[in-house]
Design a protein around this ligand. Structure first.
Ligand code: GLN
Length: 540
């Protein structure tokens, strides 16, 4: 089968949930038996989001092959259950870099390098690069930003040309817009959508389908208006009202027949849709009973998107036990100096310390971990969370008062966390960490093995610093055991506290591999332990 291309653009507003719409469409098409991949173009100049502040850009999602990518790729993976690669996310910076590198190599034979055709050609090329890695029946390409932005113009021009190159029966344009509701006149308004489509048409793109995000149901008359003014069939005006839960979106879009419209336009057989497991998942989400309270102690708590995969993974664990996961966000910088008097940690059923960079908020995280360790509250540490667990244990159990990471105290006498040798001479910040999937061997007698039920696992990484093997013996003697090791480099990947109901801290990022209907084993067991802890608390 020849690959079909779907392009998703956004209009009127940012943050409309284009990523969720693309991910949902991916799920719907997969459930009809097609192989699907999803790709995102981001119009900013950074080569990748790896160097951007999480408070501005949200989480950096890491792929198996070490790509530092936009958080939408997390949605794509979770919705379609397909592992993606660094070729599923391209920024303007990465496209321009490729063009400029080729110019320096003399590959353009003396030509004057221009946005059209050189940059647009490279954009089209990058769609092919994704497909070269994994050929699929359908590729969905989401264009970041909003139509009308100056910086997305080369991308729009490239996808316009694509139709001519590939043939119109193989290309489909979907525009996601917003239909505001005006309270005073009690009306839905189509004008912003009309303007956005006008803008898109001025570039030469006529949308085939418009997904209308709105707070309330679309009336027949608004659908008529959009159809008339935007020149699409009424059935191609797809309603997408605010969902109670993101995982409901595929089912809502299917009710609107989005998938069958897409397939018939691309001249593909509609076939039977198998959404049984997805419907079961949504049923579970609607019938959760009771709750478990997890405290997340981090530095980027002002922007929840900074921890989006962690939040999703905790929820996945909750679905497994049919419980709501209530999150309490604790800003580690506000509790930096000492444990607060009315100890907030003690009321939690579980404590999670996530990833992070830089020294701010470190003491707050260490305080939280001390409380989890001493009060035997279930604890999951992720990346920096594991490093802080080792520092806490070094300081408070081994009595090494200046135990620290050389990231925060380069001259400390007790560098329990230190830079890996192969990181020591690297000055560049972007793309230079230990990135992507690495092997880890588990000890059989461990919480980790109990969770995974296998000896060899693969998990994704994004960090520079490691547990310093010089201290391993001392830590283990005092009760902090290394239960997961990278066999090639003998790096500690997991530590656990022997004398604790559930204290597991990992150097990698389990949150990138959790799926809504298949929770990551560590998140599942962390939630399980937290539920148990909470019921023990109630009995007391
Ligand atoms: N800053 C730490 C390091 O680079 C932890 C990184 C992380 O939490 N992802 O090793």
């Amino acid at each position: 089968m020849k690959t079909k291309f779907i392009f998703v653009t956004g209009g009127v507003l940012s943050s409309l949930g284009k990523g969720i719409c693309s991910a949902s469409l991916g799920r719907l098409l997969k459930s009809r038996g097609y192989s699907v991949t999803i790709q995102k173009f981001d119009p900013y100049i950074n080569i990748d989001p790896g160097t951007m502040n999480p408070l501005q850009h949200g989480e950096v999602f890491v792929t198996d092959d070490g790509g530092e990518t936009d958080l939408d790729l997390g949605h794509y993976e979770r919705f379609t259950d397909e592992d993606l690669s660094k070729y599923n996310n391209f920024t303007s910076g990465r496209i321009y870099k490729e063009v400029i590198d080729n110019e320096r190599k003399g590959k353009f034979l003396g030509a004057t390098i221009q946005v059209i055709p050189h940059v647009t050609d490279e954009i089209k090329n990058s769609i092919k690069k994704t497909l070269m890695r994994k050929k699929t029946d359908i590729i969905i390409t989401e264009i970041g930003g909003t139509v009308g932005d100056i910086e997305s113009l080369p991308f729009l021009e490239a996808i316009r040309q694509f139709k001519k190159d590939i043939g119109k029966e193989n290309v489909l344009y979907i525009h996601v817009t917003y239909i505001p509701y005006l309270k005073t006149t009690e009306e839905l308004k189509s004008k912003p959508t009309q303007h956005s489509v006008k803008e898109l048409r001025s570039i030469g793109i006529q949308p085939d389908i418009i997904i209308c995000r709105s707070e309330t149901k679309l009336t027949d008359s608004i659908k008529d208006k959009i159809s008339l003014f935007c020149d699409i069939e009424k059935e191609d005006t797809i309603e997408a009202i605010d969902a109670r839960h993101i995982y409901e979106v595929p089912l809502m879009l299917q009710k609107e027949k989005l998938d069958s419209r897409v397939l018939s336009k691309l001249k593909l057989k509609t076939g039977r849709s198998d959404l049984k497991s997805w419907k079961k998942l949504v049923g579970t989400i609607h019938h959760l009973d009771g709750q478990v309270e997890i405290g997340i102690v981090g530095k980027y708590t002002k922007l929840k998107d900074a921890y989006i995969s962690i939040v999703e993974s905790l929820n996945h664990g909750g679905y497994f036990f049919k419980k709501n996961v209530k999150l309490t966000w604790i800003n580690s910088e506000l509790i930096d100096e000492s444990c607060p008097d009315d100890n907030i940690f003690i009321n939690m059923d579980g404590i999670l310390v996530p990833y992070g960079f830089g020294f701010r908020g470190i003491n707050g995280k260490i305080n939280a971990i001390k409380c989890a360790r001493e009060s035997k509250i279930p604890f999951l540490g992720i990346c920096l969370g594991m490093q802080c667990a080792v520092i806490e244990f070094g300081r408070n159990v081994l009595g090494l008062k200046d135990a620290n990471s050389t990231e925060f105290a380069p001259d400390t006498i007790n560098p329990v966390i230190d830079l890996m040798n192969d990181q020591k001479n690297i000055d560049d910040k972007g793309g230079t960490m230990r990135l992507g999937s690495y092997k880890c061997k588990l000890s059989i007698d461990s919480k980790a093995y109990k969770a995974y039920r296998k000896k060899i696992i693969f998990e994704r990484h994004r960090h520079r610093y490691e547990l310093n093997n010089y201290y391993r013996g001392k830590l283990e003697k005092a009760g902090m055991i290394v239960t997961g090791v990278n066999p090639e480099k003998n790096l500690a990947e997991i530590v656990e506290i022997k004398d604790h109901p559930w204290f597991v801290a990992v150097q990698f990022h389990p949150e990138f591999k959790s799926r809504p209907d298949r929770p990551h084993p560590l998140f599942r067991d962390f939630i399980g332990a937290s539920i148990e802890y909470s019921s023990r608390k109630i009995k007391k």
